[in-house]
Design a protein. Sequence first.
Length: 145
Amino acid sequence: MTKSNKTMTRLKRLLILAGILILLIFLLRVYGHKDQELTGVPDAVASTVSGGTCSLTVTANVERISDREAFAREVVRMCRENSFRSLRLSTDMAGWPEELDIKVYLWREDIGEKEPVMRILYEPADTDADISIQDDPEKYILTIE
């Protein structure tokens, strides 16, 4: 074998190896990697408002929710502070919602593929009261389903 054939053979092997490496990195990125930056931090990914009820879709970004009540309280706090990463509640036109109906999924990929792992309802104790989620938390009932 001549020197140029050996060089071409090495170049072909190197290109094949680089192609396999690029494919492997792509597959790991698409299928095997959860966003480490979001792990453990709840995030709202969709919202709708009908009347005074705000319906939210939230991802927990964890493998399982160990303390459902603490998680629900954290999500409600984030709603009241409008501190989700991917979504902000629009309060400029209709003001703050009177109640929350939140469906929780473990990961964004689960939405539409699996049932929610929990549902959080945050409703006023007195249905006749004209209050919003920004008002006193003592006036609200937190229900976890």
